[in-house]
Write a new protein. Structure first.
Length: 217
């Protein structure tokens, strides 16, 4: 990928990051009104979201390269940034956002497979979504599990791009989020910042773990 293309993607990421707080505030505030939860936190450092989005976009571009599905990965990443913020604010993954991410992933990967003449990769993506959904349904049904079905639906959506990239990426993307989340929980417990009964969002870990899986595999 050329330097000019990477610069363009970085600028696109910064632009997306600049609107993430406003979009996430809309969904989190609406959710807070229906669930009697506090709304999203104030944006004290407006440069953080553009920097994070730029890093996410550029990292995905480096990892995926000239793959025809790169625009799909970037689109899902954009929605994922909003989902992460909303989940951190009110412990919820709004169905409309998850649905949009799923439609972008499924429709975009279908088009990319037809464009490249590689229908097998689309089957791999569908298998990835099925595997991710089944694994997280089982986790959600375990006694004492705190895994919500919003997390299950997000995991199924993220299984599409993971499956598109192959088995190794899919397996890494299934395992890594739970390692990250478990490590964070243990650290917070050790620091006495939370209690065992404290509910913590899993959505950000699913999204970060997926992004890291794409980078390292």
């Amino acid at each position: 990928m050329s330097a000019a293309a990477l610069v363009s993607i970085a600028l696109l990421g910064a632009l997306v990051g600049s609107v993430v707080p406003q979009v996430s505030r809309h969904f989190a505030t609406a959710d807070a009104r229906t669930r009697a939860l506090p709304g999203p936190w104030p944006v004290r450092h407006p440069w953080v979201d553009p920097m994070v989005a730029t890093a996410v976009f550029v990292g995905a571009a480096f990892a995926v390269g000239a793959d025809p599905a790169l625009p799909v990965f970037l689109a899902v990443a954009a929605v994922g940034l909003v989902l992460a913020r909303v989940d951190l604010a009110c412990l919820r993954l709004p169905d409309p956002l998850v649905f949009v991410a799923g439609m972008l992933a499924l429709g975009g990967l279908t088009f990319a497979a037809l464009l490249a003449g590689t229908p097998g990769r689309l089957l791999g993506a569908l298998a990835g979504a099925t595997t991710a959904a089944a694994a997280h349904v089982l986790l959600a049904l375990l006694p004492g599990s705190r895994l919500g079905f919003g997390d299950v639906k997000l995991a199924a959506v993220l299984g599409l791009p993971l499956g598109w990239l192959g088995r190794d990426t899919l397996l890494t993307g299934l395992l890594l989020p739970h390692l990250l989340h478990g490590g964070l929980v243990l650290g917070l417990l050790a620091a006495r910042r939370v209690r065992r009964q404290t509910l913590l969002p899993l959505g950000p870990a699913l999204l970060v773990g997926t992004w890291l899986a794409i980078l390292i595999t």
